[in-house]
Design a protein around this ligand. Structure first.
Ligand SMILES: Cc1cc2nc3c(=O)[nH]c(=O)nc-3n(C[C@H](O)[C@H](O)[C@H](O)COP(=O)(O)OP(=O)(O)OC[C@H]3O[C@@H](n4cnc5c(N)ncnc54)[C@H](O)[C@@H]3O)c2cc1C
Length: 620
């Protein structure tokens, strides 16, 4: 480790349990740790302390080089980005933040490495950040002049037939579960639990989101309308708190910390090293409904939205249907939904009344492009090899048309010769290193604006549907609105709602039928001259998003927003993200991190710190 030098091993300095100063030090400060101190940390973590470089700098220093071209290519690959301690999946957000590397990273292998990093940061008054998958839209897993705890390499997975949380004895029934290293990403979890073991664990919809960050956000996957939130399935966590202690948190041991980790927001209560999550049975089928309907005028579009709202509330508002509908300014309605537990014929039957209505008005409405309604065996939903064998047209961007017959056994209504997976094509990439093509536009993007709002199920009552449809229409005049039905739990089974009600999330999630999101992002590399994103266009887009969401806020003034998918500039974020849970979260924070070692933007306790997380603010 060149940057750290070769000082001889010295004893660690006496432990300071809590930082005593009100500011964090930077490399330019006299109090910044010496090379020999860093060397001691490196030894303590088994040589896994790494100086962090900033891969984007080559775009500045040698823009025409092959390396610069390779980098630009790799910035479309979330596995490449995830492998870089100095990068994040979002590169920045206009007027909010831009990605910055830490000075050093502990590439942790276990809880002891994490504890060494936490102790070092506390004893030396360093700004500490934690990164798993690096998917934070808010930029909470990077900070300049900081020490990074990086969990990328912690992805061991162990299945249990009958798990009992530590210290619970006979008070808790044994149940099937899986223990995951905190750096496990969705695809790794789905491959082990669904493809290989025929079971289900709640990860994210995006296959490269890391479960460490996901669980602490609350966490929704495509099938959350049936299985509930990721946080609702947490049975136990191993977590290093700000005092450097490795603790177990579950319903019997440190239950207050356990509750806070379930949706209280990542990077605020401790560094999670592993998690044990409930494992569920699979249904026979998972499926999809994918189509776009274009209306001929504003008026007919308004009627289409009204009809869809009514159809949704009668036929889709249940645990079988999740993911999204998109209401677009060009008067089109995009459906990109998934189904749980329905075979192809059952799924087609569900959609028939709505599609018949569309067909009856063929002068006003047309179906654009493909129409896909169908199911596949649930166990193969994330089975990349199965997709390749049964449906290369989908697994690969270049259709060859050879295997339509074998696919026909699982018949979708129409065949879709377009890729749904993209693959990590770097040498040495694993066979399952894939991501949904639908998530590709967010890889290495720069955010222009992003807002969310939970929509309560009361809007689906017959008396309110008109009001909802009108607000959606008005909002869609400004910007696209996405309705994420799997990110509101109304309509989910009782068990899923009960589990989520025992988490720190804003209770608004329990009664919401959907999370409405309006967001936009694009290309460009902030901070790299010649490659800067178009700031004026980004600000314009942010304003359109604000106007769009204001139409929805007009009918839902205090709906709340999902901490992980929301506005960086969220006003009254404590209330929006956590509602009535906030006072309890604040007290857990004071207990486990009294001096604010773990501070993230708009995280619990961050109101006491400057925006950069370096200075404690004086209380007025
Ligand atoms: C393309 C994309 C798709 C997404 N899809 C979904 C979705 O389908 N459902 C959904 O619910 N969310 C989704 N999200 C949001 C995502 O779940 C959250 O941003 C989540 O927190 C990401 O976790 P991460 O570890 O990958 O990210 P990171 O940026 O590494 O971490 C996020 C936060 O958690 C903290 N953190 C990470 N690991 C730990 C740890 N071990 N201990 C303590 N704190 C930790 C970080 O400090 C940071 O504050 C998506 C985000 C993106 C970019």
């Amino acid at each position: 480790m060149k940057a750290i030098g070769s000082a001889t091993l010295l004893p660690m300095s006496p432990r300071r349990l809590f930082a005593t100063t009100n500011s964090r030090c930077r490399p330019s400060d006299a109090t910044w740790p010496s090379q020999s101190a860093w060397k001691r940390l490196n030894d303590a973590v088994g040589g896994n302390l790494i100086p962090v470089n900033f891969p984007l700098s080559i775009l500045q220093t040698d823009p025409d080089s092959t390396d610069a071209k390779n980098l630009a290519e790799n910035l479309r690959n979330p596995y490449y980005i995830g492998d870089q301690p100095g990068l994040t999946q979002t590169l920045g957000w206009v007027d909010a933040w831009t990605t910055h590397p830490s000075v050093y990273a502990v590439a942790a292998r276990n809880a002891e490495d994490i504890a060494a990093g936490v102790n070092f940061a506390r004893e030396n008054d360093l700004r500490l950040v934690i990164k798993g998958g690096g998917h934070s839209y808010q930029g909470t897993s990077n900070a300049p002049d900081s020490l990074l705890i990086w969990t990328r390499h912690m992805h061991d997975i162990v299945m249990h037939d009958a798990f009992v949380p530590r210290g619970c004895g006979r008070t808790v029934q044994p149940q099937p579960a899986v223990t995951l290293g905190a750096g496990t990403i969705g695809m790794q979890a789905y491959d082990a639990v669904t493809t290989k073991a025929g079971k289900y664990v709640q990860g994210g919809g995006c296959t490269t989101v890391c479960l460490g960050g996901l669980v602490q956000s609350g966490g929704f996957g495509s099938f959350s309308k049936h299985y509930g939130t990721a946080a609702g399935g947490l049975l136990e966590a191993e977590v290093v708190t700000a005092d450097g202690m490795i603790r177990t948190a579950n319903v019997c041991t440190n239950p207050d910390l356990f509750w806070a980790l379930k949706g209280g927001g990542g990077g605020s209560f401790g560094v999670v090293s592993k998690m044990t999550l409930r494992v569920h049975d699979l249904p026979e089928f998972f499926g999809a409904a994918d189509l776009t309907i274009k209306a001929s005028s504003d008026d007919t579009y308004r009627r289409l939205i009204r009809e869809f709202v009514s159809f949704y509330s009668e036929q889709l508002f249940n645990n079988h249907w999740g993911e999204q509908a998109h209401l677009n300014p060009d008067n089109s309605l995009g459906i990109a939904m998934v189904s749980y537990g329905l075979d192809t014929e059952q799924a087609k039957e569900v959609w028939k009344p709505f599609l018949d209505w569309v067909k009856r008005s063929s002068r006003e409405y047309s179906i654009e492009g493909h129409l896909t309604i169908g199911s596949i065996p649930a166990r193969h939903f994330w089975d990349v090899q199965w997709w390749k064998e049964h449906w290369p047209e989908i697994a690969f961007p270049n259709p060859d048309g050879n295997s339509l017959k074998s696919l026909f056994n699982y018949s979708l209504a129409h065949l879709v010769p377009q890729p749904i997976f993209e693959f990590d094509r770097r040498p040495g990439a694993g066979p399952t290193d894939a991501w949904w093509a639908g998530d590709a536009s967010q890889v290495g993007w720069f955010i222009r604006g992003f807002e969310s709002l939970w929509l309560p199920s009361s809007l689906l009552t017959p008396d309110s549907q008109e009001q909802l449809a009108n607000a959606l229409f008005r909002g869609s005049r400004h910007k696209e609105i996405e309705l994420h039905f799997n990110k509101g739990l109304a309509g989910a089974p009782r068990e899923a709602i009960d589990a989520a009600s025992d988490t720190a999330m804003n209770p608004a999630v329990l009664n919401a039928f959907a999370l409405a999101i309006s967001a936009d992002g694009g290309g460009g590399y902030p901070g790299v001259s010649g490659h800067e994103p178009d700031v004026a266009a980004a600000r314009k887009s942010r304003e359109e998003i604000r106007r769009c969401m204001n139409e929805l806020r007009g009918i839902v003034p205090n709906g709340g927003a999902y901490v992980s998918e929301s506005n960086f500039f969220e006003e009254d974020w404590q209330q929006a993200y956590w509602g009535s849970s906030y006072p309890r979260l604040a007290s857990v924070k004071r207990k486990y991190d009294p001096t604010g070692l773990l501070i993230v933007h708009n995280g619990v306790g961050s109101e006491d710190w400057s925006a950069d997380g370096f200075t404690r603010l004086k209380r007025k």
